[in-house]
Every structure is written in C-alpha cells, then in structure tokens.
Design a binder for this molecule. Structure first.
Ligand code: SF4
Length: 384
C-alpha cells in the first residue's frame, strides 16, 4: 500500500492468543477460559499459519508486532518466545520495531517479565482497568488493586520502559470521584501510554444479560461524559498527549501498531478470529479455537469471511478512522491516496458537522473539536 506521503507503508503483525485464566463479566472479545488443554495444538497451528503467511508480504518492512488476546501471558512463556522468534526469522522486522504484548496483572511475575524482555518484547500493555477493589469486583476481574500496582512495578524493574495501561470508566456503581482517584493512582505510576475506555456492554457478554435483567445499572451518558472530560483534563495536565479519542501518550510513546489501524493501513493477523487487511481485501480467520486448529491442520483453509473494499468504501473508512486521531484527516495525503479532496467528496457531511461545531477545518486538516471528541459517535455515523 502507498501511504498518504506517497511511500510504501510498513506492515503491522497481530498475533491472537485467545486464552484467559478467567472470563471477565463485560468481555465480548474472542477469548476463552475453558480450553487450556488446547494451548499446545493452538500454538502449533499458529506457527504453521505464520510460516505459510509470511510469503504474503515478502520484502515488506514490519514496524510493529502485537501479541493480543485474550491474555497472551496466560500461555507458557516458551510458547510466546518461540512465536516471537518465528516472526523475527520470517519477517523483515525494522530496526527499533515496536513489539507489544498484552498482560493481565494476575499473570505477571518477575521471571516472566524478564524472559519476555530478553526475547525482544519492548512494550507491555497492562490491563489494569481500575485500582478500586469494588469496581474490579463488579467487572469480575481476577486481580486485586495491590496486584495491579505490583505487576506494574515488576514489569518496570524487569526492563519494560514502555508500558501502556488500559483503564475503564463508566463501570456500574462508579462515580466521578472514584474515576478521578483511579486516574491519580495511575498517573503516580507514570506509564508511557494510557488507554482510557468507556465500558461498552456488548451482546454475548454476561454484562449484557445482567443489564437486560436490571442486575446492573450503568452510570449514564451524562456521568460518562463527565468522566471522559475528566480524563482529558487530568491526563493532558500531567503531560500526556491525547493523540486519539481514547489514547494518551508521553511524547514519542504513541502506539505505532494502533496507528496502523487508525490510518487504515495494512496489517496481517494470525490466530483465531484475527483480521487481516492487505491489497484492498479484509479477511477474518475462524474465531473458535477448534475451528481454527482444524482449518489449519486439514489444509482446508480457515478464512470465514473476506471482503474486497470498493474505493468509496475505503475512502469512507479512512475518513472515519483518521478522524479518531487528533491529527485528523490530512487533506493532501487523502487526495493523493484517493484522487479527490475529502472536502469535495463529503461536502454535505462536513458542512453539517462544521455547523454543529463537531469538527474544524484548516487548509490541510479536518479534525474533531473538543465537542466532536465527546460526541464522536455522531460524527462517525455520518460516514457509516
Ligand atoms: S482478561 Fe481481557 S480478554 Fe480476558 S476475559 Fe478479561 S477482558 Fe476478556
């Protein structure tokens, strides 16, 4: 793919590890706590998929590798290091590439962190979510506030100098003061990167059942907006740059991997349910662990969906994804990529949003305003 500067883009590699020690109540990700016996067969299938798939991007540079899940650190560390070694051997990895692994605090130990660091992982994404015992209990997380802090400290002392932490607001029973305390606690640990997400309850999760039965009550739109604004104010005042709607980083620590998604550039995903986007085609692997392993081992294939995007579909998606970034849409770059200025293409939509104060426009950028950040869903609806 040619990027908006007219250069061939690097690729991102995503490796999905769908195992978790315990399934959290709100979770609708492709993750399972019931099949640990399938780990060896799954890792073998992954290795095979990586070996076969590496030919698809021969000669292209890889600037990021992301082990996500699930909880990657819930499988044996030797499996993780073997998988990373295979990627390093099979792909043209750029010098200084970002190599991230997600971890749940309950799985973190000094020996695990040291082994991962020595193997070449240089970024840790720690799923802390909250330091409040009550909120963690509500979320059905398996770690305590003390484990959240100690896992962070252990990772730091093992040499992880680039740590991201996921935090969640809008938890049932949470109030603004509780959220601000969580943020203060996190800021005092000084991670390089923070993802601050509003809890969303998706169909299929246990929370969805609780919500429909009236067993949980969410704080509500107004309270959640206040929490989001508090996050923007507190994190930016503490030296974090909000570079995407939900993501904040110290200068130079923005997630390279996620920027590939937000710039709508190419990536290759391996593992159950993983998506790839390559040469204008988006495809998804079978998401059930059994079906994935079976698809690889039988050689019958494991792709369950594939879609070739039209130029217009790609342009719309790119508008939507680029607007998530504070840098916004680069009009010149967009014009180079799609042969038309985004303002010409989406004149009516853009004029509507300008009049509602949701976006701002200058000679080369279209970006969200503060109001647009808070009501970003309304903006994205325009491009669906
Ligand atoms: S640790 Fe993450 S992926 Fe695993 S069940 Fe909890 S929310 Fe889902």
């Amino acid at each position: 793919m040619i990027d908006q500067k007219g250069e061939v883009t690097d690729i991102g590699i995503y490796i999905h590890i769908p195992f978790c020690p315990h399934k959290c109540g709100y979770c609708s990700f492709n993750s399972y706590d019931r099949f640990p016996h399938l780990i060896p067969a799954y890792v073998d299938a992954l290795k095979r998929e990586i070996r076969d798939g590496s030919g698809l991007i021969k000669g292209r540079g890889v600037s990021s590798i992301f082990f996500g899940g699930g909880t990657p650190t819930s499988i044996p560390v030797d499996n993780l290091t073997e998988l990373l070694e295979l990627c390093l051997e099979r792909f043209l990895i750029r010098e200084g590439a970002e190599i991230t692994i997600e971890a749940n605090p309950v799985t973190v130990s000094r020996s695990l962190m040291s082994s991962l660091r020595s193997a070449g992982f240089n970024r840790l994404s720690l799923g802390i979510q909250s330091f409040n015992r009550e909120y963690l209990h509500t979320l059905e997380r398996s770690h305590s506030p003390e484990e959240a802090v100690s896992s962070f400290e252990v990772a730091r002392s093992a040499g992880f100098d680039n740590i991201s932490s996921d935090m969640m607001f809008g938890i049932p029973g949470e109030n603004l003061t509780g959220w601000e305390r969580d943020l203060e606690r996190l800021i005092s640990l000084a991670p390089e990167h923070i993802s601050a997400y509003n809890l969303t309850v998706e169909e299929g999760s246990r929370f969805y059942t609780y919500l429909t039965r009236g067993n949980i009550i969410l704080p509500g739109d107004e309270a959640e907006r206040e929490m989001f604004e508090a996050a923007i104010d507190m994190l930016t005042a503490s030296g974090y740059n909000q570079y995407e709607i939900s993501n904040f980083a110290k200068r130079g620590s923005e997630s390279r991997h996620n920027k590939i998604y937000w710039r709508n550039e190419e990536y290759l995903g391996f593992g159950a349910g993983a998506f790839s986007y390559l040469a204008g085609e988006r495809r998804q692997n079978a998401d059930h662990i059994d079906a994935y392993i079976e698809g690889i081992n039988s050689g019958e294939g494991l792709i369950v969906s594939s879609e070739r995007l039209t130029p217009e579909g790609t342009a719309r998606e790119t508008m939507m994804m680029n607007l998530r970034l504070m840098e916004g849409v680069d009009r010149e770059g967009f014009s180079r990529r799609f042969g038309i200025d985004p303002y010409t293409l989406y004149n009516d939509e853009i004029d509507d949003m300008l009049s509602e104060g949701l976006i701002e426009l200058d000679s080369n950028r279209i970006r969200l305003t503060r109001r647009g950040l808070i009501f970003s869903n309304n903006v994205f609806m325009e491009f669906v």
